[in-house]
Design a protein around this ligand. Structure first.
Ligand SMILES: Nc1ncnc2c1ncn2[C@@H]1O[C@H](COP(=O)(O)OP(=O)(O)OP(=O)(O)O)[C@@H](O)[C@H]1O
Ligand SMILES: Cc1ncc(CO)c(N)n1
Ligand SMILES: [Mg+2]
Length: 524
């Protein structure tokens, strides 16, 4: 069950709008309509789209434009559906089902392309993702050359993003040669001039590159996406999957750039998971878009940005304490890391913005070179400005769902919780971990309610997220916390035990070795 929970990304639930209906509360899930061809081998086309959207927690309806007979060897046949029946399917779905985003794949004829354009004018949607499918990787033609003009003159001007591969980009530009990354940049700009709001030129098929490189152009800036090319024969359907994931993320409310980033991560994770899979005997096999349901390890694949074990010894800075002992934030952070701190949070309630940012930037360098994540307390602006690894917020700071929108899917978000309701909310809103306390009385925070070891244990047991304990923890009582033995209690967070001390390095070392001893004895 845990795998299923994970695959239904925490983010998913935060975007389920509730709509009143005869006094009842109903959920409206984000909804993508794919208008594409069926792939009998199920690696690409409608089948890929349904799996990809489903994996990202998005409802996917489907209008079939053609039925193909294909497998890992190639395309054995294409049977386009009659235009009037594509029109009928479009009307059925769009007139009734509150589609957020339309994603197009194989449009086998200019007639079908025009039917789609007419439907979109009659039933406008929030966003249109156009994957201008023309030729399969096996070289088989999936859309006649007559559709080229239709794409250029009618569909692309309506598109929020178009995602051609190299051959399709070349065809859209009248047979331009595309052989280098510089050519891809140029092509992205030229295709933008055909009218779409954004362009992603995909370089999966660029020869002689160790990276898979895609170029994104939003009319102002070009972004280069590079991931190490995964060595596998199973890449059939990467294009369809990528476009569907972009559509799904847009339907959930993401910005275009973040949607593309998330889609890339999904494809990369799926290829990695499926790299050794053997289906069929032809040259290009399908991969598994449902990978997140099958192997929990892949839900925490590196794209998932956060290792809960980094909560082990969590150092939270305090300007006043460090000043009292005559040292700056940066020196304090360096000493804590040298002593074994596994994550750093800068909590500088009184610092001026300019000073805070300067210190944060210096800490970021130290943290990065030591592979220790750096979080900023409360100040999302500072975190963005110094490119910190994430933010920690309290219950009266900016809500987690808003922080997630600002920081995107790849940053860490922690939130302080005392109650089971707050812990549940944190999970729903897309937090990565919970800070739970005060466990013991503390002077760092005024008027802080102490929940005690029992409160901590109850909250950990109920929480679906990893937990770090905080509040008055020091050498003398750290053992009683870690010995609670709840699996998602990953570590302790400390302020005065490290920073209200003469030597930060010594205190951190001491606490670190104590924690190591405790975890060795609890594992034994
Ligand atoms: N071996 C790989 N490793 C990592 N990423 C890849 C690999 N192959 C393709 N990609 C990525 O997959 C996405 C689709 O790229 P590609 O250029 O293959 O599209 P396509 O040709 O339209 O796909 P399709 O196989 O569905 O026709 C791109 O983001 C690309 O960078
Ligand atoms: C049906 C269908 N759509 C798209 C592609 C492109 O991969 C394919 N091979 N088949
Ligand atoms: Mg390809």
């Amino acid at each position: 069950m845990a795998t299923v929970k994970n695959a239904l990304s925490t983010r998913t639930f935060s975007v389920l709008a509730t709509v009143g209906n005869n006094g009842n509360c109903k959920r409206k899930p984000p909804h993508v309509l794919t208008v594409a061809g069926s792939d009998s081998g199920a690696g690409a086309g409608i089948q890929a789209d349904l799996k990809a959207c489903g994996s990202l927690g998005v409802y996917c309806s489907s209008v079939v434009t053609a039925v193909t007979a294909q497998n890992t060897v190639g395309v054995q046949g294409v049977h386009p559906l009659p235009e009037h029946f594509v029109a009928a399917q479009l009307r059925s779905v769009l007139s009734d089902m509150e589609v957020d985003v339309v994603k197009t794949g194989m449009l086998p004829s200019i007639g079908i392309l025009r039917v789609l354009c007419e439907s979109l004018k009659e039933f406008p949607v929030q966003a249109l993702v156009v994957d201008p499918v023309m030729v399969s990787t096996s070289g088989d033609v999936l859309a006649g050359t007559s559709t080229l003009d239709g794409f250029r003159d009618e569909l692309l001007p309506m598109a929020d993003i178009v995602t051609p591969n190299l051959k399709e980009a070349a065809a859209l530009l009248g047979g331009l040669r595309l052989e280098t990354v510089a050519d891809m940049h140029h092509a992205a700009r030229c295709i933008y001039n055909l009218g779409p709001k954004n362009v992603l030129v995909k370089g999966g098929d660029l020869p002689d590159t160790s990276d898979a490189i895609d170029i994104f152009f939003d009319g102002k800036q070009c972004h280069e996406f590079r991931v190490p090319r995964i060595k596998t024969r199973n890449t059939h359907g990467t294009g369809c999957t990528l476009a569907s994931c972009i559509a799904a993320e847009l339907a959930k409310g993401s910005s275009m750039l973040l949607a593309v980033q998330e889609a890339k991560r999904f494809v990369e994770g799926a290829l990695l998971y499926s790299r050794d899979m053997v289906i069929g005997s032809g040259p290009q096999g399908p991969f598994d878009q449902l990978y997140k349901f099958k192997d929990q390890a892949f839900t925490s694949y590196r794209g998932e940005h956060f290792d809960p074990n980094s909560l082990f010894l969590y150092a939270v800075t305090d300007w006043r304490m460090n000043k009292k002992w005559g040292r700056g934030i940066v020196d304090a952070v360096k000493a804590a890391i040298d002593g074994g701190a596994t994550i750093i949070q800068l909590r500088e309630k009184e610092a001026k913005t300019g000073d805070f940012l300067g210190a944060a930037e210096a800490c970021k360098k130290i943290c990065q070179s030591n592979h220790v994540p750096l979080l900023i307390n409360d100040r999302v602006d500072i975190a963005l400005a110094c490119d910190a690894d994430g933010v920690h917020v309290g219950q009266s700071d900016m809500p987690v769902s808003k922080v997630r929108k600002l920081l995107g899917p790849n940053k860490i978000i922690g939130v302080s919780c005392k109650t089971l309701e707050q812990a549940e909310r944190a999970w729903v809103d897309g937090a990565d971990y919970i800070g739970c306390g005060g466990v013991f009385p503390t002077s760092t925070k005024e008027n802080n309610i102490t929940i005690g070891l029992d409160g901590l244990k109850a909250l950990c047991s109920a929480s679906k997220l990893p937990v770090v304990a905080i509040g008055g923890i020091k050498k003398g009582n750290a053992g009683s916390v870690m010995e609670l033995g709840v699996p998602n209690l990953k570590g302790i967070a400390v302020v005065s035990a490290l920073f209200d001390q003469q030597c930060v390095l010594t205190e951190t070392r001491c606490l670190h070795s104590l924690l190591m001893d405790i975890s060795a004895s609890t594992m034994a």
